[in-house]
Design a protein around this ligand. Structure first.
Ligand SMILES: [Zn+2]
Ligand SMILES: [Zn+2]
Length: 513
């Protein structure tokens, strides 16, 4: 198997908002309204201990400073069934507060904490039940080794949750492991019928080539039984990860990767369990556990084994420093990523936090290597090839484009099938940083420098081969107007070799021409 095409999905996040999709009959109407039923925003403000969330819509609007517990009550109202049992509401309130605390710095470069879309968490007008649950759990979050924990939810695990390391192989969240959930015995499996041609068309939209999908096979499953890899006979690439496959088809129609597949000629029937990625708390399961008498603490212990419920006051300030270190880029030291901001579509196979971490690492290391600083840099991850192409005017085989202080990236699922998101991002970041200094040189100098320095700052990248004797530096047209993906790759490789040859003589990238 080749190395790049099996590069795993970085992560698929279906955050708290998934909870909003659940319509589960049978929630007991909560009539036992206690003396706390009259909780007001004033009470919640007082319980927030001065902590606030600077909240803004992603589309703009003014930034609103909301007391933390008012924010929790509002998100809970947007995400939970109002009639859910108290223990479920309280477990969710703690999870929502933990999520907000961990992710508080994600919009730091834009001057606010959280947006009000599914990118962060979606607030709605609070109600009596959500206010009561926020107040009952005020100031308490889940921690791991004394810090706010990075946590996830999904709507339904279908009987066994997924480990974070299987869902997102780069992650290091040992408390998000696969656990059996014994409240799903009566679940109706979901089914989805598709033809091979339906699947081919869906995959073509995310960049797969080939006129006919002849066959599809499940090649590998994770420890929890979820599909992690499928073989695609007749397409290029001829393999796709389970998560990317689900996103390409439709995360709503293909509710999870916990499925089996029956083939009858050209028609396929997918039969599966659960809804969402299955990592962390299972919201359907949390409701059922509360109804059979489990407490908030028991519910959280089931889905987040190894995490502690702690008062916020005892926990050091929560920022991106709590992110697990990745294999190559360092987490932002001491706070949110400075100098980079990211835009990520939903759904996406990479979270905004993860992309921000990669972009920050690339920006920091390359700025240092080049001795140059350009900030702020905006990274736009595109939802589709169409939006990428219309924003950049580049052909479909181009993975990333840098112009001014903006980097446009092709869809994450597509990059994972090519060289990988991080290498593409690094090349674009390096090109962006050298662009102004090298603006009066032939294009190969800039393109070559981008590839050369991206390679230098990425561990585990193959070394540059020795240049051939008859090396010809590519013309601007060869780089800009390549007629095929192969021609483009060839021209870019020659640009890098030409740059490396010239750079070896002076060791000063600014003087290469
Ligand atoms: Zn956001
Ligand atoms: Zn479950």
């Amino acid at each position: 198997m080749t190395s790049q095409r099996h590069r795993p999905v970085v992560r698929v996040l279906l955050l708290v908002s998934v909870i909003g999709l659940i319509v589960e009959a049978g929630f007991r109407q909560d009539t036992a309204v206690s003396a706390q039923a009259g909780v007001t925003d004033v009470d919640l403000d007082r319980a927030s201990g001065g902590r606030t969330v600077a909240l803004r819509g992603l589309t703009g609007g003014r930034v609103e400073s909301v007391p933390l517990e008012v924010y929790v009550a509002r998100v809970l109202a947007g995400e939970a069934e109002p009639g859910a049992p108290d223990a479920t509401m309280e477990a969710l309130a703690i999870a929502i507060r933990t999520y907000a605390t961990f992710n508080i710095g994600r919009h730091g470069t834009d001057g606010f904490d959280m947006c009000d879309t599914t990118h962060c968490q979606v607030p709605r007008p609070a109600n009596a039940t959500s206010r009561r649950a926020a107040l009952a759990t005020a100031g308490r979050i889940l921690t791991y080794r004394g810090r706010p924990a990075e946590i996830f939810y999904s709507a339904s695990c279908g009987g066994r949750s997924e480990s974070a390391s299987d869902a997102w192989p780069r992650s290091n969240l040992p408390y998000l492991r696969s656990v059996p959930d014994d409240v799903h015995d009566d679940d109706e499996p979901w089914t989805l019928e598709l033809s091979l041609e339906d699947i081919r068309r869906a995959l073509a939209r995310v960049g797969f080539e080939g006129d006919r999908l002849r066959d599809i096979e499940i090649e590998a499953r994770s420890g929890s039984g979820r599909v992690t890899r499928l073989a695609l006979e007749g397409l290029r690439p001829d393999v796709i990860s389970g998560d990317q496959f689900r996103l390409a088809i439709s995360a709503r129609q293909m509710r999870s990767t916990a499925f089996s597949m029956q083939k009858r000629g050209e028609r396929l029937t997918f039969t599966g369990r659960g809804y969402g990625h299955g990592v962390g708390m299972c919201v359907i399961g949390a409701g059922r556990r509360a109804r059979r008498g489990e407490s908030m603490a028991q519910i959280l212990a089931q889905y987040y084994p190894g995490l502690t419920i702690e008062p916020l006051a005892d926990v050091p300030a929560a920022t991106l420093t709590a992110l697990p270190p990745g294999p190559s880029a360092p987490a932002a030291p001491g706070g949110p990523a400075k100098g980079v901001s990211v835009r990520v579509p939903r759904p996406s196979s990479i979270s905004a936090v993860e992309l921000e971490r990669l972009a920050f690492g690339a920006h920091t290391q390359l700025s240092k290597a080049l001795g140059i600083s350009v900030a702020p840099v905006t990274v736009n991850l595109h939802e589709s090839l169409e939006t990428f192409r219309s924003a950049t005017d580049r052909p479909w085989w181009v993975s990333a484009s840098a112009a001014g202080t903006t980097i446009d990236l092709a869809p994450a699922a597509l990059l994972a099938q090519r060289e990988g998101l991080e290498p593409a991002l690094r090349v674009a970041m390096a090109e962006l940083l050298v662009a102004e200094t090298l603006s009066d040189r032939p294009l190969w100098v800039r393109v070559g420098a981008g590839r050369y320095f991206a390679r230098q700052t990425m561990p585990n990248t193959p070394r540059l081969p020795a240049p051939p004797r008859n090396l010809q530096c590519p013309s601007d047209a060869e780089l800009r107007l390549a007629i095929s993906a192969t021609a483009q790759r060839d021209a870019e490789s020659r640009a890098e070799l030409c740059f490396a040859r010239a750079f070896a003589q002076t060791r000063n990238w600014r003087s290469v021409k």
